[in-house]
Write a protein that binds this ligand. Structure first.
Ligand SMILES: C/C=C/C(=O)SCCNC(=O)CCNC(=O)[C@H](O)C(C)(C)COP(=O)(O)OP(=O)(O)OC[C@H]1O[C@@H](n2cnc3c(N)ncnc32)[C@H](O)[C@@H]1OP(=O)(O)O
Length: 266
């Protein structure tokens, strides 16, 4: 497994920073961008970097070639026993938890196959948009294992238990339009417009008050795992914090003065 990370020596992922948006391209096309340990390590280190760099305000993840990510790396897992499987799941879950909890918006721009760990990677992002070529599924039972990079939990929460069970038990793959119908993705666009659309959505988000976006993310992601009473308490606490920001004063003054707000992230 990779011990060290250097932005200049990524082997399986490409990154590109354009203004305040970091685009991460999964780039291991000979293996359909499958997530071996090295690729997961690179992804973890990129998110550590994105978390620490205040100039990065939004992140887009996409894939090179026919796949977004075709899942965990089957050739690497084939010799794994129970404890190795647990370790692999633990590592992947921790990377995906980091992606889910980063206090910046993350958009998955799904260009092609998003299977197994690839579908799970997309589900750790805030927003999923798909190209017409995208294909989704959790086919792990074909291989004698269960979705374990968060799939049994995040898929059920996103599309409901009934549909999640049908997809996971049958290993059925669905195309972009069905994923849209299920609410797994929020829009479907032609392949050549995918990144443009992802950037357009991200730029719209980045025009808003950044602290309000951050607290909205925390409220939604944390609240969904709480009972309603405690989730509403959390919402109140985060609302109180947002009312205390300079950007709240600016946003409301701008509305009343009929001008655009100039948010300062304060
Ligand atoms: C805990 C477990 C979690 C999981 O995520 S389990 C994995 C879940 N995912 C899958 O089961 C999908 C596996 N892949 C496929 O079914 C197919 O691929 C596709 C439908 C995505 C594409 O099919 P096609 O266009 O015919 O391409 P190709 O020849 O199958 O793949 C090209 C090369 O990519 C390798 N590859 C594809 N997916 C994986 C993978 N998940 N892990 C390791 N390698 C993979 C293949 O073996 C092959 O390689 P070569 O050219 O050397 O024969």
């Amino acid at each position: 497994m990779k011990e060290k990370f250097n932005l200049d020596s990524l082997e399986n992922i490409k990154i590109n920073k354009d203004g305040s948006i970091l685009t991460i391209t999964m780039d291991r096309p000979k293996a359909m961008n499958a997530l071996n340990n090295d690729t997961l390590t690179e992804l973890k280190e990129i998110f550590d970097y994105a978390k620490a760099d205040d100039s990065i305000l939004g992140i887009i993840i996409t894939g090179n070639g026919k796949a977004f990510v075709a899942g965990a790396d089957i050739s690497q897992m084939k010799d794994y026993g129970s404890e190795d499987g647990r370790k692999y799941a633990n590592f992947a879950q921790s990377v995906f938890n980091d992606i889910e909890s980063i206090e910046k918006p993350v958009i998955a721009a799904i260009n092609g196959y998003a299977l197994g760990g690839g579908c799970e990677l997309s589900m750790s992002c805030d927003i999923r948009i798909a190209s017409t070529k995208a294909v989704f599924g959790q086919p792990e039972v074909n291989l004698g294992v269960i979705p374990c990079f968060g799939g049994t939990q995040r898929l059920s929460r996103l599309i409901g238990v009934a549909r999640a069970k049908e997809l996971i038990y049958t290993a059925r793959l669905i195309k972009a339009e069905e994923a849209l119908n299920y609410g797994l993705v929020t829009s479907v666009v032609e392949e050549d417009l995918l990144l443009e659309e992802a950037n357009k959505i991200m730029n719209t988000i980045l025009e808003k008050a950044p602290i309000a976006i951050k607290y909205s993310k925390v409220a939604i992601n944390t609240g969904i795992n709480l009972d309603l009473k405690n989730a509403l308490e959390l919402e109140k606490d985060l609302a109180a914090l947002s009312f205390g920001t300079e950007d709240k004063t600016e946003g409301m003054n701008a509305f009343l003065e009929k001008r655009s707000a100039n948010f300062k992230n304060k």
